[in-house]
Write a protein that binds this ligand. Structure first.
Ligand SMILES: Nc1ncnc2c1ncn2[C@@H]1O[C@H](COP(=O)(O)OP(=O)(O)OP(=O)(O)O)[C@@H](O)[C@H]1O
Ligand code: SF4
Ligand SMILES: [Mg+2]
Length: 340
């Protein structure tokens, strides 16, 4: 039986900002799928293009030139008129951000905001929309939802506010949820609770989720598939188990090496990959990671020349690809038992 069509299909996505210093190619040649009921983790350091990618998928790329294709259930979104796009936003696809206060209005109660969202998309009457808001707050684990529906955003803690945002994003039952660093501002315990909540909702509703993060720990917890971005491009794409067991790209290997280990003493500073992100204004001709790459540094002069002069294409076995001339993939049997 053929696999079902993915909900979201992104092909050769490019996003360019025109700036006084020249074009900034923030996203370049990115392709990925998000199947129904699955979670894609997009991971990469600051400036790698994660947020620009998610905004482009949502059609919120004011001022940027977007090329390539973004299809939701087969409908092309790139070039779609704004009116049509805004009907899809909220109704079929929704987004949550790191800072819920920036998306919640301070002068309206959370109940009014959730209810209004429902009314706009479904034309629900006021009382029914309010009842739906109470249900939505209960679904995301807010205690005493009947009382709290009448409170204002500032009366909620950071974690509870993020739950309100999730309730608002999901009240119209979208198929796709994009979560851009939704737990970065929260402490570790609350972060775990929110990630568990998202994982539960994702399973119960067969939601497709794009989870954007700079934290591989978050990816390990919620993602089925992972896209590692570097300098606006895909460095590696793989099922989550394969990525952690057999990282093929030196950048992914560096990210994994920088994760804190259980046996680390408390006073050991976090390891980071030395060097800084590549310039998007004036991209180098070869591999964008070359100046920071341990594999390239350890290579022969001919290998180093290739890394500096020739941009590596994405390649590898079915379902696991990396953009590195010397990507180290394990032999085929290593992939047996890896969840698709
Ligand atoms: N409006 C804009 N004009 C020019 N450049 C922009 C604009 N918006 C984003 N960029 C550039 O695009 C690149 C990618 O930005 P993006 O916000 O997607 O990074 P990110 O991966 O989400 O980083 P972070 O982890 O810090 O959120 C950055 O170099 C950024 O400076
Ligand atoms: S192509 Fe070269 S520089 Fe780029 S990641 Fe691979 S080894 Fe490193
Ligand atoms: Mg971002």
């Amino acid at each position: 039986m053929a696999a079902p069509e993915p909900l979201l299909t992104v092909r050769d996505l490019g996003v360019t900002f025109r700036t006084p210093r020249g074009p900034v190619r923030a996203v370049d040649g990115l392709s990925f799928d998000v199947p129904h009921g699955r979670t894609l983790g997009i991971v990469g350091e600051s400036g790698s293009g994660k947020s620009v990618t998610s905004l482009a998928v949502m059609g919120l790329h004011t001022g940027a030139e977007v090329t390539g294709s973004v299809a939701l259930d087969g409908r092309e979104l790139v070039g779609m008129p704004d009116r049509e796009l805004s009907r899809l936003r909220g109704r079929r696809m929704a987004m949550i951000f790191q800072d819920p206060l920036s998306s919640l209005h301070p002068y309206y109660t959370v109940g009014e905001q959730i209810a209004e969202h429902h009314r706009v998309h479904f034309g629900t009457r006021r009382a029914a929309a309010r009842a739906r808001a109470v249900e939505a707050l209960a679904e995301v684990g807010i205690p005493e939802p009947k009382r709290r529906v009448g409170e204002y955003p500032h009366q909620f803690s950071g974690g509870m506010r993020q739950r309100v945002m999730i309730a608002m994003a999901l009240v119209c039952e979208p198929d796709l949820l994009i979560a851009d660093e939704p737990t970065t501002a929260l402490d570790v315990t609350v972060q775990a609770q929110i990630l568990d909540l998202l994982a539960r909702l994702q399973q119960e509703r067969r939601l497709s989720v794009v989870m954007i993060t700079h934290d591989l720990g978050v990816v390990a917890r919620v993602a089925h598939e992972v896209l590692v971005m570097y300098g606006g491009r895909a460095a590696e794409q793989a099922p989550v188990d394969a990525l952690f067991a057999h990282p093929a790209h030196p950048y992914t290997q560096g990210l994994l090496d920088s994760l804190p280990r259980l046996d680390d003493p408390d006073d050991v500073p976090l390891r980071a990959i030395p060097g800084s992100p590549p310039s998007l204004l004036d991209p180098a001709p070869g591999c964008a990671f070359a100046p920071r790459c341990a594999r390239a540094a350890a290579g022969s002069p001919a290998e180093r020349e290739r890394c500096a002069g020739e941009r590596p294409p994405l390649g590898g076995p079915e379902g696991h690809t990396a953009a590195c001339h010397f990507a180290a993939f394990p032999a085929f049997p290593a992939y047996e038992g890896v969840a698709p």
